[in-house]
Ligand binder design. Structure first.
Ligand code: HEM
Length: 99
């Protein structure tokens, strides 16, 4: 993947959605970095594994947070800039069926 420059307006959105490990700081940094991060990661992985193993997941499309159908896919919500992690600005409605 080519090196992206977040300062370039053309490349900013690509940079934010590149999801490269070095672009992600969910647990802070420095001397106060989250001391529960390894535990938290294992818990998140275990929860995702259980959901994927136990349920059949059928995507139903993108929806706004107000429940309106949307024709575009979600992108990181820039309103949360500075909060560590940018959540998606839209929801993916899914149907879950127990396998
Ligand atoms: C997805 C889950 C979690 C996220 C995103 C998260 C995120 C954070 C962040 C951003 C900080 C501040 C770091 C900084 O100031 O640079 C922090 C601190 C901290 N977190 Fe977490 N955390 C999570 C789960 C946990 C869990 C499960 C525990 C304990 C079992 C935990 C214990 C702590 C503690 C003790 C601190 C303070 C560290 C210090 O000041 O030295 N966190 N966390």
């Amino acid at each position: 993947m080519p090196k992206l420059r977040p300062s370039d307006p053309e490349e900013k959105s690509q940079f934010e959605s590149a999801m490269r490990p070095e672009s992600l700081f969910p647990y802070g940094g420095g001397s106060a970095i989250c001391s529960g991060r390894f535990f938290a990661k294992q818990e998140i992985l275990a929860a995702v594994v259980l959901i994927v193993l136990k349920f059949e997941i059928e995507p139903r499309g993108w929806f706004t947070h107000h429940g309106k159908k949307s024709i575009r896919e979600a992108k990181p919500d820039e309103g949360f800039a500075g909060a560590g992690v940018l959540p998606p600005d839209q929801d993916m409605l899914v149907t879950l069926r127990v396998k």
